[in-house]
Design a protein around this ligand. Structure first.
Ligand code: E4P
Length: 217
């Protein structure tokens, strides 16, 4: 399973990239706003930190303007992945871009039928939003399961990028279901390494090691 981080904070991205665990980055207009930085500049910097796909989202709602925005975004770097919304215009843009060899992430997916359309439009990634689904009284993980089943039924090459993940159990369940990629905030990715018994074990070993009076270096 690939790990993408969902942020436009380049300090956080650098820290995670240094672990070797990071396969890509997703951003959205809200995260760009939160960064307080110029969209094109921050995307360019992120593309220089990670080799994998960096999702940069168009903001237009019509196909023609989406194509113009995508043209600017994809020139930033070879690893830019154009993020388009799951609308008819977004799907049309997805088809045109993927036919032209550009990676596309279709975002704001809330149903398996939407995911089916994205696969037919040749999407590189489909982003079902698990947390926002849960927030609205639906079952976000059941959505991932349905999409997995449908994509496997027809051997679609579109990768399931489970998005809007809020906690480590979401990540665990997505791994069990077989999502191809997860994207999560830096804090959630860091939390995956934590366990109270790991901390307790380290404390015990440190205390006993001190009693030996030895050093390794
Ligand atoms: C995915 O690409 C989105 O940027 C993201 O996962 C949305 O998460 P949120 O619902 O926590 O805003």
């Amino acid at each position: 399973m690939k790990f993408f981080v969902d942020t436009a904070d380049t300090a956080e991205i650098r820290e995670l990239a240094a672990t070797g665990l990071l396969d890509g980055v997703t951003t959205n207009p809200t995260l760009i706003h939160k960064s307080g930085r110029k969209f094109l500049e921050v995307v360019e910097e992120i593309c220089g930190i990670v080799d994998g796909p960096v999702s940069a989202e168009v903001v237009a709602l019509d196909h023609e303007t989406m194509m113009k925005e995508a043209e600017i975004l994809r020139k930033i770097a070879d690893n830019v992945c154009i993020k388009v919304p799951l609308t008819i215009d977004g799907l049309k843009t997805c088809k045109a871009l993927t036919d032209d060899g550009t990676q596309v992430n279709v975002t704001l997916c809330f149903s398996a039928n939407q995911a089916l359309l994205a696969a037919k439009a040749g999407a590189t990634f489909i982003s079902p939003f698990v947390g926002r689904h849960d927030d609205n009284g639906f079952d976000g993980l059941a959505l991932i399961e349905d999409i997995r089943l449908i994509y496997d039924n027809y051997s679609f090459g579109t990768e399931i990028l489970a998005a809007s993940l809020r906690h480590p159990i979401h990540v665990l369940d997505c791994a069990k279901i077989g999502a191809d990629v997860i994207t999560a905030p830096p804090a959630v990715i860091k939390m995956l390494s934590k366990h109270v018994l790991t901390d307790k074990g380290l404390e015990g070993f440190a205390a006993d090691w001190a009693k030996t009076g030895q050093t390794i270096l």
